[in-house]
Design a protein around this ligand. Structure first.
Ligand code: HEC
Length: 389
């Protein structure tokens, strides 16, 4: 079969597709269309062009003043190249043969030593309209564990939208899970003051939250990990099982533990508001490592801004938030936020008539994973003055 992309563009197109589409659009991927299959490009060329023209793919555009990993962004020039190639190649039959999934794809990553895996939700058949179930996984760890990567891989591609994780040492989650005869239990994952997502999570196109060195999650002794899993509204019941994998911190560098800093929640009396803010001033300097957005069903958009005396910065703006596309964002370089920095989380809400009836059960939260900045060693104290970044 003849290659139908203009030959001068074929290699470039294949590279763009591998980078920006194949993280999700493979046979085993999160998305419905297999775009490694050349026939798909041919059959769906109108839909694909429309998705590109409307900016709907790759999902979902963000704006940011910092860089995040694995955002699968499609720069304007690449978008134009794809659209041109689609137009001039009516029969795009061979593109798939030229594309191999990007190396960054976490699927099929071989288990490494220093990791532990747990199979969760094996008896869960998801609700065709989508649903949230919570699962408690006993880790039975006699000592503290430090995990640098947490991966949540659904067994059935596409069945799970997003999953967030929190630790529980109270035994409550295990009891709830055991007392509900169905798979898992029905409740928002949060337990008391501990917010789900404090141990990260995963979502479409980003099933693994890998903290950069020397950061790690701290998992307390005799812990249960609580997984709040959101099934995708597929229109049919799917196998909701997933594998939870912890990769342990294995560097000789002194570890820095990340902690959750939650911005959001609905202020009292603001249930009907269309927009609200949560402002917080940092009392100590921290490094921001990752952001876990948890918008629930009633958020339209959310953004996070930082203002220090000398400068202000848009950290992340998600202009079209969809709960089933929720995913964590890991910064390529941790961002130093000095004491006194004012953080503003802004949420704009869907109009009341478009909100799910019980949507206020899950107040929107931007969960920041931060690590306190270590005190400088004594001999350096005199020289460490630059906290401006
Ligand atoms: C982060 C994962 C991800 C990436 C990257 C991604 N997609 Fe998608 N795509 C999806 C998902 C998930 C759906 C299903 C949409 C839904 O469920 O609402 C989808 C749906 C689509 C559809 C069908 C839309 C419709 O109207 O039915 C097209 C076409 C598409 N994607 C094209 C692309 C192209 C082209 C690229 C690369 C430029 C791309 N996608 C990158 C996840 C992704």
């Amino acid at each position: 079969m003849q290659a139908d992309w203009p030959s001068d563009a074929a290699a470039e197109v294949a590279a763009i597709v591998a980078r920006s589409c194949l993280p999700c659009h493979t046979a085993q991927g999160d998305a419905p269309l297999d775009l490694t299959d050349s026939a798909s490009w041919w059959r769906h060329c109108v839909t694909i062009s429309a998705a590109l023209e409307q900016g709907a793919m790759p999902p979902w555009p963000i704006e940011a003043g910092v860089h995040f990993r694995d955002t699968h962004e499609l720069p304007a020039a690449d978008r134009a190249t794809l659209l041109r190639a689609l137009q001039s190649a009516h029969t795009a039959r061979t593109i798939g043969e030229k594309c191999t999934p990007a190396a960054a794809d976490i699927k099929g990553m071989p288990p490494r030593s220093g990791s532990a895996s747990f199979l969760v939700g094996t008896d869960w058949l998801t609700n065709p309209e989508g649903e949230t179930r919570t699962f408690a996984v006993a880790i039975n760890n006699p000592t503290v564990l430090l995990a640098s990567t947490i991966t949540l891989q659904p067994m059935e591609p596409g069945a799970l939208a997003s999953v967030t994780v929190l630790p529980d040492t109270s035994g409550v989650a295990l009891r709830l899970d055991a007392s509900d005869p169905a798979a898992g239990y029905e409740a928002m994952g949060d337990i008391g003051r501990s917010v789900s997502g404090s141990l990260g999570g995963g979502g479409i196109g980003c099933r693994s939250l890998k903290l950069p060195q020397p950061f790690a999650f701290r998992i307390p002794p005799t812990c249960a990990l609580v997984l709040e899993a959101h099934a995708a509204p597929l229109g049919f019941a799917a196998d909701g099982a997933l594998t939870l994998t912890l990769e342990f911190y294995n560097s000789s560098e002194p570890v820095r533990v990340v902690q959750p800093l939650a911005l959001g929640g609905v202020p009292p009396g603001a249930q009907d508001e269309l927009r609200f803010e949560h402002i917080m001033t940092l009392s100590e300097s921290v490094d921001l490592v990752a952001i876990v957005p948890r918008g629930g069903d009633s958020v339209h958009s959310m953004r996070l801004d930082a203002a220090a005396p000398s400068e202000s910065l848009l950290i992340l703006d998600i202009p079209r938030y969809l709960s089933h596309f929720a995913r964590p964002y890991v910064l390529t370089e941790p961002l130093r936020l000095s004491a006194g920095t004012q953080l503003t989380a802004t949420f704009s809400m869907l109009p009341l008539n478009l909100r799910a009836p019980d949507s206020m059960r899950s107040a929107p939260v931007l969960l920041l994973l931060v690590a306190p900045v270590p005190a400088p060693a004594i001999e350096h104290q005199a020289t460490v003055t630059d906290e401006s970044k």
